[in-house]
Design a protein around this ligand. Structure first.
Ligand SMILES: [Ca+2]
Ligand SMILES: [Ca+2]
Ligand SMILES: [Ca+2]
Ligand SMILES: [Ca+2]
Length: 445
């Protein structure tokens, strides 16, 4: 008999901004019974069972995190608990401070104190876990928009002063735990803020075939041959397809200021090779094949886990980092009861599942479910996509992870809300390239 879940919970939660509902994964067993109060799932044996069948017909292994109901809060948009930090300690107009509550592209004043004060409200919605937008210090303004969303990090060791302090983050986690709630960080290893420019004055993607990396002796090499290894070829200023220029002091930790820690190939087109090697609208794309970058990111995030006691990570743009990186990063941070789920923007379970079966994550955000549920509820596509989705659940199955742990959602802060999709009365595809180019969250414009 199968324990493949035939039903996923669809609980839409109201969120602080145009955000996402992430209910309890695929947490209901197909023919099983969910115990009241969230206890273990039990599947009664058939009355035709033979002696010994029960030991074979067990429920699938379930990570205990498969029953969380997430509330995804964009901290800047939740509640302003401390007007004194609204400008992040900066002086001047909004182009300096990033603060302009009259413009949704700028900081509005929300902060960690506001979240702490709202824990009663958040828990009262039935929430068991809080996932907050990246909280580390951002470049306050890039072009005509501010880093209120948190995806333009300059200092990976410090909470952004617009949002609060490192001590307040520790307090948030502690107070959430006291209520039996978990806290998840939204983390980024793919890129930093847009600090590096190219001397050539262009950002069009330059491929590895036409512009191979060269070592300090001028010899071309393929960095994939060295990905995930302990050593890497010596490179210098002339090693890259573009010549990186920009501040050498803007980022923390210091290793992030070395331009040789970045791919320096120009903007991603979200297809082919550029998906992993290109910049997100100028955001500096880290050379995640390099051992220094792997270890640097492990050090950053292990320190945060140790200092705050946070319960897990939602990993931003996971699809845009090479798999060898995840094979080393995930086991280094994902220890004990920790839970890691990646953002892999794809509706193909054969693709998304690789990040938990090979890349060491516990799960990926269930983009394939979002796509199939939207298609079904929109009334045009029938149930074929949903049927195919469930039939593909076995892609996710391995010794320590399976489809029951996939956090589901119907809309999110990049693509929009489900109500909008349903109002559009035709079948359409939500592509990553279109979503990314429309979203103010990732790009620099
Ligand atoms: Ca504030
Ligand atoms: Ca990348
Ligand atoms: Ca850049
Ligand atoms: Ca696994």
């Amino acid at each position: 008999m199968s324990s493949r879940p035939a039903l996923r919970t669809l609980t839409a939660l109201a969120l602080a901004a145009a955000l996402v509902a992430v209910p309890a994964g695929r947490g209901i067993a197909g023919r099983g019974t969910a115990a009241p109060g969230g206890g273990p799932v039990t599947t009664p044996p058939s009355d035709r069972a033979q002696p010994g069948d029960e030991s074979l017909a067990r429920d699938a292994a379930r990570n205990e995190l498969s029953r969380e109901r997430f509330y995804f809060a964009m901290t800047d948009r939740f509640a302003n608990g401390d007007p004194a930090n609204d400008r992040g300690g900066l002086r001047g107009d909004r182009q300096s401070t990033g603060f302009d509550p009259a413009d949704k592209g700028y900081y509005q004043g929300g902060d960690l104190k506001g979240l702490i004060a709202g824990l009663d409200y958040i828990q009262g919605l039935g929430t068991t876990a809080l996932w907050i937008t990246p909280a580390f210090q951002n470049r306050p303004v890039q072009q005509d928009s501010a880093g209120y969303h948190g995806y333009w990090i300059t200092d990976f060791t410090r909470i952004d002063p617009h949002l609060g302090t490192n001590a307040e983050m520790k307090q948030l986690v502690k107070l959430a735990h006291r209520r039996g709630m978990k806290v998840f960080f939204d983390i980024i290893t793919n890129h930093t803020a847009d600090v590096i420019d190219y001397a050539e004055g262009s950002r069009a993607y330059r491929s590895k075939g036409a512009y191979p990396y060269v070592d300090t002796e001028g010899r071309p090499f393929d960095d994939r041959d060295h990905a995930g290894r302990e050593t890497f070829p010596e490179v210098g200023a002339g090693s890259f397809p573009y010549t990186p220029v920009g501040s050498r002091t803007a980022k923390t930790p210091r290793w992030l200021n070395d331009p040789a820690m970045y791919h320096n190939r120009g903007d991603s087109t979200f297809t082919g090779e550029s998906s992993e090697y290109g910049d997100f609208s100028g955001l500096d794309d880290l050379w995640t094949e390099r051992p220094e970058v792997v270890q640097g990111m492990i050090d950053i995030y292990r320190t945060w886990v140790k200092e705050t006691g946070v319960d897990g990570f939602r990993i931003d743009t996971a699809k845009h980092v090479n798999m060898e990186f995840w094979e080393r990063f995930s086991p280094a941070v994902n220890r004990g009861r920790f839970f890691v789920f990646g953002e892999v923007f794809s509706s193909d379970p054969a693709f998304t599942s690789r990040y938990s079966t090979r890349g060491g994550m516990d799960a990926t955000l269930d983009f394939p479910f979002q796509d199939a549920a939207r298609s079904y509820a929109g009334g045009k596509g029938g149930a074929a996509k949903l049927s195919a989705l469930y039939a593909a659940d076995d892609h996710h199955l391995d010794a320590d992870s399976n489809a029951a742990s996939l956090p589901t959602f119907l809309g999110n802060h990049d693509m929009g809300r489900i109500g909008h999709f349903l109002a559009v009365s035709r079948e359409f595809a939500i592509t990553e390239a279109a979503v990314r180019s429309n979203s103010r969250l990732q790009g620099s414009s």
